[in-house]
Design a protein around this ligand. Structure first.
Ligand SMILES: [Zn+2]
Length: 238
């Protein structure tokens, strides 16, 4: 019986490696997808910043135009000053000029403020564009690496599948069927050692009777709690 258990253990080692490889095969592309999403978020952020920048520049241009209109008006008013006949007209014109100049002063402040904001945003855009370029480079390298790794994984899976077939052929059909049934149900180990009276699959204690049946080595014994095939660890028997 222990020879059969040894063979099952051997088979299980192959199955464990196959399961690990299968997991890696599924997870690696997911990581690449995450990197792609990260890059996309950066690109969306920059697109938003560029749109905001255009809006700022548009506002600024409108105000510049407004400023020119006021300047034009001030020039005309100043010309008029030279032709007025009365003090009242003169004072009224001066007042109007003062109002226009105050408007312009406010506009100039606003334009300056918009320009400062635009400069900051432009710097931010440049910074983010650089980040995107770096991220694109990194992603390209990552893709290449993952593709190579996936190829390696596929190759190894091919080898192991072949090896598994050979090992399975050498195992009694009924025992193999039981092993595979447990493996599929548990999604991992079907065969576990007993250590210090405890099943190492579910960590529940086995009974003395189970232990003596295990030691008798005449049949396949499964754990009463989790149903996995049990074997005695050689070291535990020393
Ligand atoms: Zn168990």
């Amino acid at each position: 019986m222990s020879a059969l258990l040894d063979k099952l253990q051997d088979l299980q080692e192959v199955d464990i490696e196959l399961a690990t490889l299968d997991k890696a095969r599924r997870e690696k592309p997911e990581k690449v997808e995450e990197s792609k999403r990260h890059l996309q978020r950066l690109e969306e952020a920059v697109a938003g910043e560029r749109a905001a920048l255009r809006e700022l520049q548009k506002n600024s241009a409108v105000k510049e135009l407004d400023l020119k209109t006021h300047e034009e008006k001030i020039r005309k008013l100043k010309k008029q000053l030279l032709t007025v006949k009365t003090n009242r007209e003169y004072s009224a014109l001066l007042l109007e000029i003062g109002g226009e100049e105050a408007d312009n002063s406010r506009l100039e402040d606003e334009i300056l403020d918009l320009m400062t904001q635009a400069e900051e945003l432009e710097a931010q855009c440049k910074d983010d564009a650089q980040k995107i370029a770096q991220e694109e480079k990194r992603l390209e390298a990552e893709l290449e690496k993952v593709q190579a790794e996936l190829q390696e994984i596929e190759n190894r899976i091919g080898e192991l599948s072949e090896l598994r077939k050979q090992k399975a052929q050498d195992i009694d059909g009924e025992a193999l069927g039981l092993y595979e049934k447990i493996w599929n149900a548990k999604g991992n180990r079907a065969l576990v050692p007993v250590s210090g009276m405890a099943c190492q699959g579910c960590f529940m204690n086995i009974t003395m009777e189970t232990l003596s049946r295990l030691m008798a080595d005449k049949e396949i014994i499964t754990c009463q709690s989790c149903g996995r095939i049990l074997y005695l660890e050689e070291k535990a028997e020393e």
